[in-house]
Write a protein that binds this ligand. Structure first.
Ligand code: SF4
Length: 450
């Protein structure tokens, strides 16, 4: 079979700015965006300028004496110094930026001026991503981003928060994709998130089933055609057939992925062990131990969680949550306002090309399922901290914000998670487990009170 792959050069140029539908943003000056990140980067050209600023003019800042330091994670990379509470030392008593107040917007580091935006440049256009660590983005407050084209285009001219993705990641390591094919798959994954198709956990498992089925189908088709080592051109016909068959009918959409999702065979032990492991890794990473010590700490914590004795802890949260308490905290992801936030979040993650930050798409989706599990755990911890027996909207937003900051949009944490050889082997075994997707999607809240 020889079918030409659509010519990407005929598609829109990278200058075509793509703005997300259904996303609103307007800075509400909440002061929450200047801290509690792993690090706040400063471009090298700005370092001397900020250091030389008149300290008397920055008098409102927490501690303006030495505002820029070396990153503890990347030696030589300048970052804003954070105080003991994790806030930038140039924040003033009102939670606002003292640099901005004294010297104007242009005086701030490029990353601060760009927040909450980040861009991904592809041959199919420049995709505009927004951070759910931002209070206004979480609450969907402000004008529609699609109405702010001129402002966003202007920002694109000077921002450093841009990532080039000239080639899409493959579906799996042995299954390369063209941009056309990647976008078709992204469209299907977005369609599978339609709230009309049931609760979010069901939709997330159906997405995972779709990717697993597609991987099998393409491998089989390529093998039959003796094109196992061919490029993306070998996928064109099989992908068309697969998409037509899988979509189903308007009366019964996506029957196969949802029949798999409805089998619902999750393992709370697998969930506890895997999320406990990811959580331990995050805390160890945050403490900046040596590699060997980190390994031992993470492995120790992993067994602790496996035995059901781990406690969920977060910096600056007094309460610690035992697994038994976690399973007693009510959570209802089908609440309309929860579902609206979570659907918007997971749809936007597809739009801003989060799946392409992993080695291959299915790995990106496995990690997305892990993030969903952690959103629940952290939301429950925030509920417990507030003395609430159930997760309310403010707890869900804090849980999501925390995961977005430390695992997703502002973190290279997932790279660490997949790069270390021992961790990578462990990770691959977990992802191949037949109950992995179910166990990440369905959580302790389903057994609460039993
Ligand atoms: S430099 Fe200003 S805007 Fe940037 S993190 Fe510090 S206080 Fe916030």
């Amino acid at each position: 079979m020889s079918v030409p792959v659509p010519d990407d050069s005929a598609t829109p140029k990278s200058a075509d700015l793509q703005l997300p539908e259904g996303m609103r943003y307007h800075c509400i000056q909440c002061g929450r965006s200047c801290g509690e990140f792993w690090e706040i980067e400063v471009e090298p050209e700005k370092v001397d300028e900020i250091r030389a600023r008149d300290k008397a003019a920055l008098a409102g800042a927490t501690d303006p004496a030495d505002p820029i330091v070396d990153s503890p994670w990347t030696p030589g990379k300048p970052v804003m110094r954070l105080d003991a509470c994790g806030h930038c030392v140039l924040q003033n008593g009102q939670g606002l930026c003292s640099l901005h107040a004294a010297f104007g917007l242009e005086s701030k580091p490029n990353s601060c001026r760009t927040f909450p935006y980040k861009f991904v440049t592809t041959p199919r256009g420049v995709f505009t991503g927004l951070s759910f660590a931002c209070t206004a983005v979480l609450a969907n407050e402000g004008p529609q981003v699609t109405d702010e084209r001129a402002e966003v285009e202007e920002m694109l001219g000077w921002t450093d928060s841009k990532r080039d993705v000239p080639e899409p990641a493959g579906l799996a390591v042995d299954l390369p994709l063209s941009w056309e094919q990647y976008q078709q798959i992204e469209q299907d994954l977005s369609d599978l998130l339609d709230p009309a198709l049931g609760p979010l956990p069901r939709r997330l498992v159906a997405q995972s089933a779709y990717l697993a089925l597609l991987t099998k189908f393409l491998r089989h088709a390529r093998s039959e055609l003796q094109q196992l080592t061919a490029g993306a051109e070998a996928n064109v016909e099989p992908l068309t057939v697969f998409r037509r068959k899988l979509r189903g009918t308007p009366e019964q959409p996506w029957p196969l992925p949802f029949s798999i999702a409805d089998k619902r065979r999750s393992s709370m032990l697998l969930r506890r062990m895997f999320l406990g492991f990811a959580h331990a890794l995050r805390n160890t990473y945050g403490q900046r131990r040596g590699r060997l010590r980190s390994y031992f700490m993470v492995i120790g914590t992993y067994f602790y969680y496996a035995a059901g004795r781990g406690r969920i802890t977060l910096p600056r949260v007094k309460h610690t949550l035992a697994w038994r308490e976690l399973s007693q905290i009510g959570f209802d992801p089908t609440r309309p306002e929860f579902d609206a936030l979570l659907t918007r979040y997971f749809r936007h993650r597809l739009f801003r090309k989060d799946l392409l930050t992993s080695d291959y798409l299915h790995l990106g989706h496995h990690l997305m399922l892990m993030h969903w599990g952690l959103i629940h755990w952290y939301s429950a911890l925030y509920a417990a901290e507030a003395g609430s027996p159930i997760v309310e909207m403010e707890h869900l937003r804090e849980g999501l914000r925390n995961v977005e900051k430390f695992f997703v949009f502002h973190s290279t944490f997932d790279r660490l998670f997949v790069q270390y050889p021992m961790l990578r082997g462990f990770l691959d075994r977990m992802f191949q487990h037949p109950l992995y997707a179910f166990s990440m999607a369905h959580g302790e809240w389903e057994t609460a009170g039993r």
